[in-house]
Each structure stands twice: as structure tokens, then as C-alpha cells.
Design a binder for this molecule. Structure first.
Ligand SMILES: [Zn+2]
Length: 432
């Protein structure tokens, strides 16, 4: 009813604009195309005189960048002026990224009534979008930042054949499955220890943009029940931003040392307390391990510590001794040179390059002589049980639990349900 009235009124208005052309009633009842067009032109002219007309825009067009294409060839294919593609690149720092288009990326654009570029949009990365707009006939660029939404996600599974099969069935991505295996790698040998009925719960972050899942984040907390033994790991990020997994009591999953100080090296002489020395030709204990490697091969410190000695020492040649806390020391001998800037007192991080393989001191060929001392006693670096990295303090554990209460609660509730189901299942199996 309302629509009819509005319609009638609009016709009446139009008719009055056509004063004298035809009786109002006739025009209203039998509007002719010609009179309508004339009317529209007149109305439009009126509107234009009052406020500038909004230019009619085309729909957005999405162009997928093909191999070998540049912004300029895309503009050419679209019939847009070459000069504008060049101008675009100078609009802002972010707009310069249009210079390095990669195949598969998408450029969205739309034109105005004259057919020239009115707007362009290009995703710079997962949270930033470049927007180009024509304002007062000049192209302007803006960068729009989107917030990623972090949501908690949970996945649980029971091992039937392999971890990967169970994880896949549960919907855990390959990346997070690998991460899960790596977290518990120190306690569970996934090749030998895995049993049918072992189970896991993983609580992790998932990132969403505009309500759509973009990608998985990190595992916040995970549980793996292997042969009835419960293993749990929580992700802790320290003040410097280093992330590592710890047991719920704060003990570390990581070792305090890596086993080998050189990559791709061959052991040319093992730890032997009654070895005949190749140069001196007398029985002399070999209190370390020799790694044969080319001169200049990087040598890495096997643990965090402080350089205790750096310099020449008789048979060792150029040697570095590193102290790791009160109990442990490592030694690296026959080096061709030291890392520049390194000196006694320098702090070093596990895996950091400290020097380079050489044949200084008593050496027949380039190799690294590596020693591992516990409380001043030489031990075999190949077989020594490596200590765990420093644990978290009680207050750090408490802070983590407070901050991740939601993830903890989710893990505990899923784990309880899972445990009940597994027991129920095995119980039913036992009953004939
Ligand atoms: Zn040696």
C-alpha cells in the first residue's frame, strides 16, 4: 500500500515537471519511453546543478598475476595507460611492492565511467592491504591493516597404526603433527615406543581473518599418553621472545648441549684413554673426539656459556675453552682461527660459531679436537648423558598457568573424556 502511494507521488511529480506537455492523468497512466527519457535527463541536469554526480563505477575485477607479468603488462592488457602503472609505484613505500608481483597474486581493480582506473586493491601480506583510490582526479595510496583473530583450537586422537595416520584422522595439520613429535622426541621414540591405544590431545592457536581461518599458530599445550605414561608439554616464551616447551613442573624438554660441534664431519679418532699418539708415537690418552673436516669448516659451541680461554696452548694449537655453569666445560682445539670479536669473557649461545677447523698445534691433518668435562673430569662427548636445559622457576610456571588457564582446562577436559572412552572401549573388548 505504501509503495503504491510513493509510486503515485513520484509519477505526479514527474508529470508536473512536464507541465503542458500532456494532461497529468494521461501521462501517469501511459508513460511513454520518450517522455521518460526527457524526464530523466531533466532530473539529472537538476541534480548535477545541485550536487556533483557520483561517477558510476564498474564492478571490481580480480586479476591473477601470471608468470612473467608485471604491473605494466597487466595495465596494457587491461587497456589502462602505461603512465598510470608507473605513477602507482611512486605513490607510497608500500605501493613500490607492486614492482615485485609474483605469479598467483591477485590485483583487484575497478574503473570509472570514463574507463580509467578508479580503485585498486592488493594484499601486501596477510594483514596489510594496499588501496589506491582516485581522489580529485589524483591517485592516492593507503595501507589498511587488518587484525588477525586468534582462536583456541583443540584436536585429540588415538593411535591405531601411526602417529601421522591418527593425526590426519583427527584433523591436525602435517606441520603441527611434526611439531608434536618434536616436542616429545626426547621422551618418546616415535619409531619404537609407539603402541596401539596411545593417545594425544593438542591445544593450539588458529588465526582467523574476516571470520575465515588463515592458518594454524603454535601448540600451546599438548599431552601424549604413551604406554600408559602421561607426558605433557607447555609452550613458554621468555622475556627475550625465545619459545621452548617445558613439562608442567617447569623442567625443560631441551638438552643443555648439542652432541656435535661440527656439521658433516667424520669422527677420525674416538675417546680412548690408552691410545698410541700418531705424532708422538707413545701411549697417551685421547681425552676427546677428533672430527675430520676441511680447514675453515665452522665450529659451533655445543652449549650456552662463557669463553674461559681463547688463544694458543702447546699441542692444542689455537684453542677455545668454554665454561657452562659450574659443572661443565667444553674445549675446541687445532682451530685455524677464532670468530672475530670473540675473547675471554664473551658470552656464547648453543650452536653459535666460535671458530674454524684447522691443523694448528700437534695435528697431522685438519680436524677439530673436542673435549667434554664434567666437574673437571674428561668424559666421552659421544656417550655422555647430556643434561637438560635450565628449568622454569616456580613463579614462571604459575604465571604461565594463569595466562593459559583456558588451554589447560580444555586439555584436561578432553583428556578425561578420551581416557573414559579408551577405558570403556577396552572394557567392552574384554567382555566376550
Ligand atoms: Zn684429538
Amino acid at each position: 500500500m505504501l509503495a503504491a502511494i510513493v509510486g503515485h507521488e513520484s509519477i505526479a511529480t514527474r508529470s508536473s515537471a512536464l507541465s503542458g506537455a500532456a494532461p497529468a492523468d494521461v501521462a501517469a497512466a501511459f508513460p511513454t519511453p520518450a517522455s521518460d527519457l526527457a524526464l530523466d535527463a531533466q532530473l539529472q541536469a537538476q541534480a548535477t546543478a545541485e550536487t556533483p554526480a557520483a561517477p558510476s563505477l564498474t564492478d571490481w575485477k580480480a586479476l591473477t598475476v601470471e608468470s612473467g607479468q608485471t604491473l605494466s603488462t597487466i595495465f596494457e592488457a587491461e587497456g589502462l595507460p602505461h603512465s598510470e602503472s608507473l605513477q602507482l609505484l611512486t605513490l607510497s613505500q608500500d605501493a613500490r611492492q607492486l614492482r615485485n608481483l609474483r605469479p598467483g597474486e591477485v590485483i583487484r581493480l575497478r574503473r570509472n565511467a570514463e574507463g580509467s582506473l578508479e580503485e585498486l586493491s592488493y594484499e601486501l601480506d596477510e594483514t596489510h592491504t594496499l588501496q589506491v583510490r582516485r581522489v580529485d582526479d589524483q591517485l592516492e595510496a593507503f595501507t589498511i591493516a587488518a587484525e588477525l583473530e586468534k582462536r583456541q583450537a583443540e584436536v585429540a586422537g588415538v593411535i591405531d597404526s601411526s602417529l601421522f595416520a591418527a593425526a590426519q584422522k583427527a584433523g591436525l595439520s602435517n606441520r603441527l603433527t611434526l611439531e608434536l613429535a618434536q616436542i616429545f622426541n626426547y621422551d618418546i621414540d616415535f619409531a619404537l615406543d609407539l603402541r596401539r591405544g596411545d593417545r594425544f590431545v593438542v591445544v593450539y592457536d588458529a588465526y582467523y581473518k574476516d571470520g575465515k581461518k588463515l592458518r594454524d599458530g603454535n601448540i600451546t599445550i599438548a599431552e601424549f599418553v604413551n604406554k600408559g605414561k602421561v607426558h605433557q608439554a607447555m609452550r613458554y616464551v621468555d622475556k627475550k621472545g625465545n619459545a621452548a616447551y617445558y613439562a608442567p613442573d617447569g623442567s625443560s624438554f631441551r638438552k643443555a648441549f648439542i652432541r656435535t660441534p661440527v656439521d658433516f664431519a667424520r669422527i677420525s679418532s674416538g675417546f680412548n684413554l690408552a691410545r698410541k699418539h700418531p705424532i708422538l708415537n707413545v701411549i697417551r690418552a685421547h681425552k676427546g673426539v677428533d672430527y675430520a673436516a676441511g680447514t675453515g669448516t665452522p665450529v659451533k659451541t655445543t652449549g650456552d656459556g662463557t669463553v674461559e680461554f681463547l688463544g694458543k696452548k702447546s699441542g692444542y694449537g689455537n684453542v677455545i675453552i668454554i665454561k657452562h655453569g659450574q659443572k661443565y666445560e667444553t674445549l675446541y682445539g687445532h682451530l685455524s682461527r677464532f670468530r672475530s670479536g670473540l675473547r675471554a669473557g664473551s658470552k656464547v649461545k648453543m650452536g653459535q660459531v666460535i671458530g674454524y677447523v684447522g691443523a694448528t698445534g700437534l695435528a697431522t691433518a685438519p680436524h677439530l679436537h673436542y673435549e667434554f668435562r664434567v666437574n673437571g673430569l674428561h668424559v666421552n662427548p659421544i656417550t655422555v648423558a647430556l643434561p637438560r636445559a635450565n628449568p622454569l622457576s616456580k613463579s614462571e610456571v604459575a604465571a604461565w598457568r594463569a595466562e593459559n588457564a583456558g588451554a589447560l582446562a580444555a586439555l584436561e577436559s578432553i583428556s578425561m573424556q578420551q581416557s573414559a572412552m579408551v577405558q570403556d572401549f577396552s572394557g567392552r573388548n574384554a567382555t566376550p
